[in-house]
Design a protein around this ligand. Structure first.
Ligand SMILES: CC(C)(COP(=O)(O)OP(=O)(O)OC[C@H]1O[C@@H](n2cnc3c(N)ncnc32)[C@H](O)[C@@H]1OP(=O)(O)O)[C@@H](O)C(=O)NCCC(=O)NCCS
Length: 180
């Protein structure tokens, strides 16, 4: 079973995510994770998901997940709302090791990303974090704690650096062909 589960994941990360035709790639994406209407998971998104359940990683409607994003649904879950924009090379982790453990013990926690959040490029989100509705995570941040709704957070560790003024009335609709 373990061999098959790892092999199945390997097929996604080595082949299916590299399919340049959106309709065909999304067909396979939807076999591994839950994706809502009009959401786009680009080429070269990597999954860490050793469970067969598609509910480990759930993406709502009208979202974009850009190339180079890593989604970790190994033990706990990633739940993403609607109209969420995850920029390039963002790593979202739901598991880590306890550095103080004598046995290199694993610690886990869900990551929840609410509607209209924009996570800019090269951000890392650690387990057990909620990004509140409409918040923005500035590029390069490492998010270790919850970020409140409409805050702009940046830096390492991420702290509030501003307030987002948008009324969040937009709908994301971006499905570019051959986007890598
Ligand atoms: C979030 C972002 C848009 C800046 O938002 P903003 O409200 O316009 O912020 P400002 O430029 O007015 O800066 C506000 C403060 O935050 C600081 N700041 C801006 N970006 C920062 C970052 N990424 N990390 C840490 N601090 C940052 C500024 O230096 C400024 O500090 P100061 O008040 O001490 O001068 C920008 O940081 C960002 O992440 N851009 C995304 C780039 C990207 O990923 N593009 C690809 C996807 S489209």
């Amino acid at each position: 079973m373990t061999f098959l589960v790892h092999f199945r994941l390997y097929l996604f990360n080595a082949f299916f995510t590299k399919i340049p035709f959106n309709f065909l790639r999304m067909f396979f994406v939807r076999r591994y994770i839950t994706v809502g209407k009009n959401s786009f998971v680009s080429m070269n998104v990597k999954l860490l998901n050793l469970q067969l359940s598609k509910s480990q990683i759930c993406i709502g409607d009208n979202c974009i997940i850009n190339p180079g994003v890593l989604l970790d649904g190994r033990i706990d879950k990633i739940i993403i709302g609607n109209n969420v924009d995850i920029s390039r090379d963002v790593y979202i982790y739901t598991a880590q090791h306890d550095p103080h453990s004598d046995n290199h013990e694993v610690k886990t926690g869900n990551v929840i990303i609410e509607d209209h959040v924009w996570v800019a490029s090269r951000v890392t989100i650690l387990p057990n974090v909620t990004l509140g509705r409409g918040c923005v995570i500035a590029c390069g941040a490492i998010v270790t704690k919850d970020v409140k709704s409409l805050a702009i957070a940046g830096g390492i560790p991420a702290k509030q650096i501003g307030d987002r003024k948008s009324n969040l009335s937009y709908t994301i609709n971006y499905q570019p062909p051959f986007y890598t």
